[in-house]
Design a protein around this ligand. Structure first.
Ligand SMILES: NC(=O)c1ccc[n+]([C@@H]2O[C@H](COP(=O)([O-])OP(=O)(O)OC[C@H]3O[C@@H](n4cnc5c(N)ncnc54)[C@H](OP(=O)(O)O)[C@@H]3O)[C@@H](O)[C@H]2O)c1
Length: 261
């Protein structure tokens, strides 16, 4: 019997890259999984990839998580098809790439990143709690995806890094208020993850990134899915408000080896 047998899971941004591996992890361990991408096209593409991996019974529905009415429609579907929710994985993210530095980026671009990463994650969590967790005897678990860039910034990603810092604070704040209600809220903070973006990366740059990592390799999506599954499972039953870093040791070093002085 799988660890998540009879559990119902929602993974936002489950249609590509790391999200796909998180969906796969829960599905292979017995859960009924719902997933969304931001558009009909991207969600359908993800559903096709999951089907090609031999996974069945996954419900996909497009949902821009920054839009409250689309969030409500997604929860209507979960209600209709499963009647409950046990685990929410807030994985969807706007990467905030290409807006330039903090002196050039428009406030509207900054808003867009926060609307998905912070407001979106908050309103999906609120819907999960009010529509399902608080009505169920066995409440529910929330896992956010943050980033090690919440603690150590990367260049020209002002909105993204700040949004991930806000997520870390949101996780602690939600954990504090929801803990007494029986709802746990934790977070995985990845470092480099191999995604489709690495496929067009200059090999010298990929090698240099790996040199940044004490373990000398980036995470695979499955590595992150393992941490998310741990935080969603009873194995972490005494943990809430935690930010669990999974970054091949990047955060423990002051400088990478080739620039050490
Ligand atoms: N990749 C890394 O190296 C890395 C490092 C640290 C942390 N992380 C974090 O780990 C998580 C997964 O990363 P990733 O690189 O796999 O992500 P990704 O490739 O950038 O994919 C982002 C996902 O979020 C969805 N999304 C974006 N805006 C949305 C919205 N408004 N509503 C609903 N869905 C939306 C996207 O859907 P569409 O396909 O429709 O756009 C996509 O499925 C993210 O939270 C990310 O910040 C990643």
């Amino acid at each position: 019997m799988g660890r998540f047998e009879n559990k119902v899971v929602l993974v936002t941004g489950g249609n590509r890259n790391t999200g796909l591996d998180i969906v796969e992890k829960f599905a292979r361990e017995g859960a009924k999984v719902f997933m969304c991408g931001s558009s009909a096209e991207s969600t359908a593409k993800g559903a096709g990839i999951l089907a090609s991996r031999g996974l069945k019974g996954i419900t996909s529905q497009p949902c821009d998580i920054s839009d409250a009415s689309q969030v409500a429609a997604l929860f209507d579907t979960i209600e209709r098809e499963a009647g409950r929710l046990d685990i929410l994985v807030n994985n969807a993210a706007n990467q905030g790439i290409g807006h330039g530095g903090p002196l050039e980026m428009s406030p509207s671009a900054f808003h867009e990143v926060f609307n998905t990463n912070v407001i979106g994650g908050f309103q999906v969590t609120q819907a999960a709690c009010t529509r399902f967790f608080m009505k169920q005897e066995t409440r529910g678990v929330v896992v956010f995806l943050s980033s090690n860039t919440a603690m150590r910034a990367i260049r020209n990603r002002t909105a993204y890094c700040s949004s991930k810092g806000a997520i870390n604070s949101l996780v602690r704040s939600l954990a504090l208020d929801l803990g007494p209600l029986g709802i746990r809220v934790n977070c995985c903070a990845p470092g480099y993850i191999y995604t489709e973006r690495w496929e067009t990366l200059d090999p010298a740059k990929a090698a240099r990134r790996r040199l940044n990592c004490p373990l000398r390799h980036e995470a695979k999506g499955a590595d992150i899915a393992n941490v998310v599954a741990f935080l969603a499972s009873g194995d972490s039953g005494n943990m809430t408000g935690e930010i669990v870093t999974c970054d091949a040791g990047c955060s423990c070093q002051h400088m990478p080896e080739d620039v050490d002085v």
